[in-house]
Write a protein that binds this ligand. Structure first.
Ligand SMILES: [Mg+2]
Length: 228
């Protein structure tokens, strides 16, 4: 089968932040002088409940931290203050490329390529710029802004339209089973999953990747097989 195009997720697929969420939270605690009343685990466990009612990541984090503060018997304003300090600590341009990025992009050079990312343009553009990739893609779809968030198939449809590519002749490369693999499948694309850690492939049939790679360094061989 020949490929029409290749799509990529951005965060934890092409790059990752140099500072972890844990480091940001520690810095935010220090900056505010508050006691450390929120853990990263609590934050991650609770934030899905706030997704639908929030209009930005900053808003979501403020609501989530305020709720945790209230549960701890504290003033919810402490939670909001900590959340704002956390956001101030995050520099979206402070990212590093993931192993194999250059080779992967060189391998897909002959093809139209795009990014389908869940994230606001003001968060994602500094990452592409820091990686030197601001002109590397033919289309960048900010799902959640230009279209509904992944795993909705619509952000993939937007990218396919822009690249004039057929879904069954396009692969999407991403690290998340729930947004990348499930979304690509919903849009009729082939999915290439690159887990961040040694995450096991699911066996429940909901978001089963078509290909699983250990890093972007393995993408050239996969794409060459398709281009033969
Ligand atoms: Mg990702």
């Amino acid at each position: 089968m020949t490929l029409d195009a290749v799509l990529f997720d951005l965060d934890d697929t092409l790059c990752r932040y140099r500072r972890t969420g844990r480091e940001l939270l520690e810095a935010a605690v220090e900056r505010t002088g508050l006691e450390p009343f929120v853990t990263l685990e609590e934050y991650h466990a609770r934030y899905p409940r706030f997704v639908d009612d929030s209009d930005s990541m900053a808003d979501l984090r403020e609501r989530c931290f305020a709720a945790i503060a209230a549960d701890e018997g504290r003033d919810p304003a402490d939670g909001r203050r900590l959340a704002r300090a956390y956001a101030d600590e995050r520099d979206h341009g402070n990212v590093e490329p993931l192993p194999g990025l250059d080779d992967a992009l060189a391998a897909v050079e002959p093809l139209p390529a795009g990014v389908v990312t869940n994230g606001a343009p003001e968060m994602q553009a500094p990452k592409l710029e820091a990686l030197g990739l601001d002109d590397a893609f033919d289309v960048v779809v900010h799902a959640g802004y230009d279209a509904p968030s992944k795993p909705d198939p619509r952000p993939f449809d937007v990218a396919l339209d822009a690249l004039d590519a057929g879904p069954d002749r396009t692969i999407h490369v991403g690290n998340s089973l729930s947004s990348d693999v499930a979304g690509a499948r919903a849009a009729g694309l082939r999915s290439v999953w690159i887990p961040v850690d040694d995450q096991a492939a699911p066996d429940d049939g909901r978001a089963v990747p078509d290909h699983t790679l250990s890093s972007l360094a393995e993408l050239p061989a996969l794409v060459r097989g398709d281009l033969r």
